[in-house]
Design a protein around this ligand. Sequence first.
Ligand code: SF4
Length: 337
Amino acid sequence: MDWLRREFLKKALISTGVLAVPPWRRALGRQGKPMMFQPAYLKLDQSGELAKRSEALWKILGECQLCPRGCKVKRLAGEVKICRSDRRLKIASVGPHFGEERPLVGRHGSGTIFFSQCNLRCCFCQNWEIAHRGDGRHLSFGQLADGMLDLQRRGCHNINLVTPTHFVPHIVRALRIAVSKGLRLPLVYNTGGYESLATLKLLDGIVDIYMPDFKFQDGKYSHRFCAEAKDYPQVAATAIAEMHRQVGVLQTDEQGIATRGLIIRHLVMPQNTAGTDRFVRWVAEKLSPKTYVNLMDQYHPAHQAGQHPELARRITAAEWAQVLKWARAVGLENLAS
Ligand code: SF4
């Protein structure tokens, strides 16, 4: 009887949202019985494919072409170029984060891992101490795996990999260790959007949730503001279309926690420098009006942004109102609130 009473109380607390449990324990089967949430990577691990992908990714570091910069430096031999990263994994922080999108945060937070350095290097970066200066410390794969497992133990709803692009081979190596020790959370690939199609293909079936930025629609701006990445608009469009193909629109469980799918972030900038009207139209026409889109109004001139007149102020209320009109006009149905 005690057991029945406890179960009744637990279900009541869960249904009212007072008690939240991570998705791998919360998901319910057809008869309402608990079942294990299955992150995408489990299948690949069981078939041996994850090990093959890990090897293929590690080889790329020999002459690095992990991202569209295609530097071809020998990172395994200690060479570095634009992302300033060699073979060693570097991480700034690991912990639950409550400032991310609501479907990622739930009640226990998104299990966020901030990687040091970046392949895009935007002059307005709000995390420039980590992304440009490279704050952080070198960790082993085992330590990264332990960090993932610790986030799971703390009840986080996902593993949120922030700026992961230049460390994808390291992440997949650590993932294999973590999976063997019981990791079952969905992976969130949280990126600036400057991604190589070849690397994304190797992540197919590993990542459950993609969360790219789509920053600029005009290469003139990405060239000026993001370390000469003139091809950013085309590259990001191709990459995000591939992410959409792999995981589709965002799916959530019965408590609104993301389990799979695409979230796109777009930082609205002064004088429509980010090309927001073109961005929302592209999403509605090329992906789906149901795409989960976070239009962000919090831009402020961080790092070196003050040196550029287009970036030297916050956006105005009128600019924000215009953005919302554009989004409504193209029929976007799933804007982050
Ligand atoms: S990951 Fe770094 S070294 Fe490799 S291609 Fe990109 S910027 Fe260059």
